[in-house]
Design a protein around this ligand. Structure first.
Ligand code: CUA
Length: 335
């Protein structure tokens, strides 16, 4: 799961690799890993990881070398003790390990305490609520609610306020910072900051039930103006249906079970069990990173999301073909 590059080169690469059946395009396109930090906190974690790894490697090599030496050397004559044995045990067994462990501990504590430091600039706040098995994402100052995607401005610290609606989840975007749990009834904070424009993949890092593995999220770090433009679009109520087919689709939506679970701002749909769909068409994935958001996948998801993500809370929807087409047209217009 390591793949870097800008967003435009990713689809081609992922397509190429998916031809070999290794991974689905979606999984690969957004792959990122701890060793490829794109933010100050993640850089600290990567440095710490490498230092710990290299120190451990050096110790292992030295110990193995001594072991090989002991196996192959003739040693002291039976019944005698070499004069260097006591100092060797004291230095090699006590002094050196104590020095290494204290140094590593001090270094680790310094690095981990820096993880929650807010960088320069006024941080923006985003609330993330864990649900089985998706993420609600709110921009409280803007009144914007979305799901499974965090858009953030590049180079600006972001304060995440994390909580959960059901069980414990854990927010983890390895390229931006370490993990932080989402615990029902309390709010944990985590600072992330992206230093480069890009698409960063995250996932739930605490087992939370059947579909824990399909509880993924994306962080899109964009230039400030792009981010502000997106935010302005998201603040608006849902687009009004333009065509007769879209109008029919809205009717289908409002007269079916959809409204009990989903909200579309500006309509009578105000359910809050599932993701807010006001700007559904502007999102990249469906089902928290399960499938790409396109018309065919959306149709499959609506008709029977249980086949794609068994156990999720959305029941299969039995719709006439015409109604489904109208619904798809309407949902596809919700930019
Ligand atoms: Cu949510 Cu694992």
């Amino acid at each position: 799961m390591r793949c870097r590059g800008n967003a435009s080169s990713l689809p081609r690469l992922s397509l190429l690799l998916s031809l070999f059946g290794a991974v689905s395009p979606l999984q690969l396109a957004f792959a990122n890993w701890v060793t490829e930090p794109r933010g100050p906190a993640a850089t600290g974690i990567a440095q710490l990881s490498w230092v710990l790894f290299i120190v451990a490697l050096i110790v292992v090599v030295i110990v193995l070398a001594l072991y090989l030496f002991a196996l192959t050397s003739e040693g002291a004559p039976r019944g005698t003790t070499p004069s260097w044995s006591t100092p060797f045990v004291v230095i090699g067994g006590i002094v050196v390990p104590t020095f290494i462990l204290i140094s590593v501990l001090t270094y680790s504590l310094g690095k981990t305490s820096a993880l929650q430091e807010v960088g320069e600039g006024e941080p923006i706040t985003i609330e993330v609520v864990g649900n089985q098995w998706w993420w609600e994402v709110r921009y409280p100052e803007e009144g914007v609610v979305t799901a499974n995607e965090l858009r953030i401005p590049v180079g600006v610290p972001v304060r995440l306020e994390l909580t959960s609606d059901d069980v414990i989840h854990s927010f983890w975007v390895p390229t931006l910072n370490g993990k932080m749990d989402l615990v029902p009834g309390r709010t944990n904070t985590l600072i992330i900051e992206a230093e480069e424009v890009g698409l960063y993949r995250g996932s739930c890092a605490e087992y939370c039930g059947t579909q824990h593995a399909k509880m993924n999220l994306l962080v899109l770090a964009e230039p400030r103006e792009t981010f502000e433009g997106w935010l302005a679009d998201q603040r608006r109520s849902a687009a009004l249906p333009d065509t007769p087919l879209e109008r029919e689709g809205l009717e289908v939506f409002l007269s079916s079970a959809c409204v009990y679970c989903h909200t579309i701002e500006g309509t009578n749909a105000t359910g809050d069990l599932g993701p807010d769909l006001t700007h559904l068409a502007s999102r990249l994935t469906l089902g928290a990173g399960t499938i790409a958001n396109n018309r065919g996948n959306l149709a499959g998801w609506i008709v029977n999301s249980q086949a794609l993500k068994p156990g999720n809370r959305m029941p299969p929807m039995y719709l006439e073909a015409d109604d489904l087409q109208a619904l798809l047209a309407y949902l596809g217009s919700l930019e």
